[in-house]
Structure formats: structure tokens, C-alpha cells
Design a protein around this ligand. Structure first.
Ligand code: ATP
Ligand code: MN
Length: 452
């Protein structure tokens, strides 16, 4: 077979150009049939749907077809015809087949259907070839495009913040150290836990920016919602106060969910059949809701009342406590049955840079809480007052000498501004219905887990 341009199976199936000659290349999911006719289910990653290749065994030869087994890679030259069989509209009658690579059936680990997600994590190099992970990684791509489109269309600039940083102001103890033999930077450096501080500098010049990049946290929490390496989206907007920040977060997340339904419906349908029966319902539901806005103080009151009525939480709840995922989910799933934006948290449990309220006790933080996930977004209006900001940094033990450049924005043309961070994988958990964050990133990094 000549070297020919591949047509994506997604496009071939959509074309319905019966009678046309087509050239597809992909990986064999199954081959079945008898002495006369064989049926090959071929997938090339462009869609969750396989195309059925119909092979006349006598023409191509039984011996030739032997290595065409599950996992092998082939190219097919054939005619697209309307399918006689059930389960598909179109199939390809093969004229020529080229075998690119075989896959020894005794060794290929993806033989049977229905491997557990845990097992598939151990073969992360092959799991994109499964229907489920093909769907997830296609959705992941589309979500990235949604994010850029949302912000670009609204006049935000994509701003690149550094991955290596020297300011240990946010996640003391949670940072991965960057070390070299020769003290490369002349000071201690780490992998970033957030691009926010640098993002703020950009917002105070370009007006509205967003970052979208890898983020690292050495937190030893083996939960289904935490990774050591994850991707975060962090918009930062000059002149936005907390109410506008909340609206931006709500609009943004709804836009992404709508985009998924508009661009990935095939894959979402597949996941709702196989992974999470209520997925589409939940996506539609969130789109229709106006998110509840509630203060932390009111939220804690509701949780305390729940405890008084007999509901038990693993972690204690009281004013001043950091909310655990179980508390967040109670508010969302049991009480309001709707996404919640919780604001005005006690200043002790939030970062130094959040704008201080007049009550002297709370700061203008906002967390967006989602069903099944808990916190999906964390953000705030930022303290724009130089004195208040530097005093709060000192009180919280943040070395101000390391962030003189951050404080400078409050000395030179300060302005109210706000922003937030959305965990990309938490969004993907919601959109795919998957239960474990390790299953929405191609190569998850968690404690004791860095194989691929
Ligand atoms: P959590 O309380 O869930 O650990 P956080 O309050 O530490 O999160 P932030 O510092 O507010 O998180 O980060 C902003 C967003 O980044 C979070 O709302 C979440 O969506 C995401 N995120 C934070 N930590 C992780 C992690 N380890 N893995 C994946 N996503 C994360
Ligand atoms: Mn947070």
C-alpha cells in the first residue's frame, strides 16, 4: 500500500459518503469472524466510535491476517459502505491492509474489556487506547480550548508566570525544592504552587490576564481530589471587586460546561453510560442554576444546625474551622442542592494577600463549591492597601523581603483587583463524572507514584 494520507475515522463516519474510497489508520480493538469474512473494529483516537472493517479472508489471505490482533496497528484502504449489520451506520470494505505494528496477544495487557481504573493506572502508557481514557483526554483538550476561548473573547491576555520561583510565601512546606549541584540561583528555589502573585503584577499593567499552567504541591494528602502536579487557571482582573469576581467565576465555569456539551457530546454520552449515569443530568442542572452566594459565617451556622439535628461529620465544625470537603459537599448536595459560592472567611485560615473586611475578623475570600467535588475554585479580592498588606504578611510570618516586588504594586498605582484559581483537573472530574483525579490527567503525580 502506498503511503497515503490518513482520514480520521470521526470524519469518515460523519461523511456518510457511501461508495467513496477511504484510507484509515488505527489500532485494532478486536478481530472476529470465520473462514470467509472477518470483522475488524478499528479505532484511531479521533472518536469513541470504532469503524468496522469488513475483510474478505480469501482475498487477503488467512496467514496475512494472523498478526492483525487486538492492539496491533494497521492501515486500511477500502470503500465506505452502508452497514448491513447492527450497531453502526457505515463500514469499510477492505481492499488492502498494511500492518504497521503487531501486538503479541500473550503480552498485550489490554485484551479484555472492563479493566478497573486502578489497573489502568498501572499501564498509563496504554490507557489512552481505551474508550474511557480516549474520551477523557479528548474532553481535556476541548476544555483547554474552551478556557482560552472564554478569556480571549473577553479581552483577557494569556500571561506566562514562572514555574521555578523563589518566593515561599504561600505553601511553606508544600513546595518541591529545585536543587542543582552548584546552587544555580544563589538562593533557594521551588516549583510554583500558584502563579497568582506574578499574575497580579500583570493585571496591574494589562488590566485582565489569566494564567494556565502546571502547578506543584508536595502535600502528602492521598485523596481523590489532590495531585502533586496539576494544572491551574488563574484569572486576575484590575478594578474587579468580589461581586464581579464571583460573577466571572460562575460565568466561566458554566461556559466550560456548555462547551463540553457542545463539543464533546459523543464522549460525554459514552461516559454517562459507562461511568456515571447522572452525568448529563448533573451538567444540565448546574447550567440552569444561579449559584448560591453565602457567607462563611452563614455556612457554618447551617453546618452546626445539621450537627445539632444529628448529622455527623468526620471533622469538627465551628466558626474558625477550615472547611473539609465533607462540609462543603453537605452545603451543596444536602442543603442547597446547588453550587455555592462561600465568601468572607476567617482571616486566620486564608492567605495574607486577601482583602481585609472592616469587621477585623474576615477577609474577602470566595470559594466555589461543587457537587461531588467540594472546592473547585478558590479566589479573593486582593488587599490593595500597602500598609495593611505588609502588616498582614508580617503577622502571618511571610518574609516581606522576598516579596518586595509584589508589595511594590501597592506602592505604585495600586487599585482594587480580584482573581481566582480553578483546578483544571477538578473541572475535568466534574465534566467527565470520573471519581478520582488520577484518572483525568494523562500521567498523575502523587506520593510514591512517578512511573511514566
Ligand atoms: P483544597 O482545600 O481542596 O486542598 P486549596 O484551598 O489548597 O484546595 P487553592 O490554593 O485555593 O487550593 O487552589 C486553587 C484551586 O486549585 C482549588 O480550588 C482546586 O481546584 C485546585 N487545587 C488545589 N490543590 C490541588 C491539588 N493538590 N490537586 C489538584 N487541584 C488542586
Ligand atoms: Mn482554596
Amino acid at each position: 500500500m502506498e503511503a497515503i494520507k490518513r482520514t480520521k475515522i470521526a470524519d469518515v463516519l460523519a461523511s456518510k459518503a457511501f461508495g467513496a474510497t477511504v484510507h484509515v489508520k488505527g489500532w485494532v480493538r478486536t478481530r472476529r469472524g470465520g473462514k470467509q469474512v472477518n470483522f475488524i473494529a478499528l479505532n484511531d483516537g479521533s472518536t469513541v466510535h470504532n469503524v468496522q472493517i469488513v475483510v474478505d479472508v480469501n482475498t487477503l489471505g488467512e496467514e496475512f491476517l494472523k498478526p492483525v490482533t487486538t492492539g496491533s496497528c494497521i492501515g486500511v484502504n477500502g470503500i465506505l459502505v452502508e452497514s448491513q449489520g447492527q450497531g453502526q451506520d457505515a463500514e469499510i470494505q477492505a481492499k488492502e491492509i498494511r500492518i504497521y505494528g503487531t501486538a503479541d496477544p500473550a503480552a498485550y495487557p489490554l485484551q479484555k474489556k472492563g479493566h478497573s481504573f486502578e489497573f489502568l493506572r498501572e499501564i498509563a502508557h496504554l490507557r489512552p487506547r481505551t474508550n474511557t481514557f480516549g474520551a477523557i483526554f479528548r474532553i481535556r483538550h476541548h476544555m483547554a480550548i474552551a478556557i482560552h476561548t472564554f478569556f480571549h473573547d473577553r479581552g483577557f491576555f494569556y500571561f506566562h508566570t514562572p514555574i521555578i520561583t523563589a518566593s515561599d510565601c504561600e505553601g511553606a512546606g508544600e513546595m518541591f525544592q529545585v536543587v542543582t549541584a552548584n546552587d544555580f540561583f544563589g538562593k533557594q528555589a521551588s516549583l510554583t504552587v500558584s502563579g497568582q502573585l506574578e499574575g497580579e503584577l500583570a493585571a496591574m499593567a494589562l488590566g485582565a490576564i489569566y494564567t494556565f499552567g502546571p502547578t506543584f504541591r508536595a502535600e502528602n494528602s492521598n485523596t481523590p481530589r489532590h495531585l502533586a502536579e496539576f494544572w491551574m487557571i488563574e484569572p486576575e482582573v484590575a478594578f474587579n471587586e468580589i461581586a464581579e469576581n464571583m460573577q466571572l467565576a460562575e460565568d466561566f465555569i458554566k461556559y466550560c460546561i456548555q462547551w463540553a456539551l457542545d463539543h464533546c457530546l459523543d464522549d460525554i454520552r459514552f461516559l454517562s453510560q459507562r461511568v456515571d449515569k447522572e452525568l448529563i443530568e448533573r451538567l444540565d442542572f448546574v447550567l440552569k442554576q444561579q449559584f448560591v452566594r453565602l457567607s462563611y459565617t452563614e455556612g457554618v451556622k447551617i453546618l452546626e444546625e445539621a450537627v445539632a439535628k444529628g448529622h455527623t461529620f468526620e471533622y469538627p465544625i465551628f466558626w474558625g474551622a477550615d472547611l473539609a470537603s465533607e462540609h462543603e459537599r453537605y452545603l451543596v448536595e444536602n442543603h442547597f442542592k446547588c453550587p455555592v459560592i462561600l465568601t468572607d472567611y476567617p482571616k486566620e485560615i486564608k492567605s495574607f494577600y486577601m482583602k481585609q473586611n472592616d469587621d477585623g475578623k474576615t477577609v474577602r475570600a470566595m470559594d466555589v463549591l461543587f457537587p461531588k467535588i467540594g472546592e473547585i475554585i478558590g479566589g479573593s479580592q486582593r488587599e490593595e492597601d500597602y500598609t495593611k498588606l505588609s502588616e498582614r504578611a508580617r503577622e502571618m510570618g511571610v518574609p516581606t523581603k522576598d516579596i518586595w516586588w509584589y508589595l511594590d504594586t501597592r506602592r505604585f498605582g495600586t487599585a482594587p483587583h480580584s482573581g481566582f484559581g480553578l483546578g483544571f483537573e477538578r473541572l475535568l472530574l466534574f465534566v467527565t463524572g470520573m471519581a478520582n483525579i488520577r484518572d483525568v490527567i494523562p500521567f498523575p503525580r502523587t506520593p510514591n507514584n512517578c512511573e511514566f
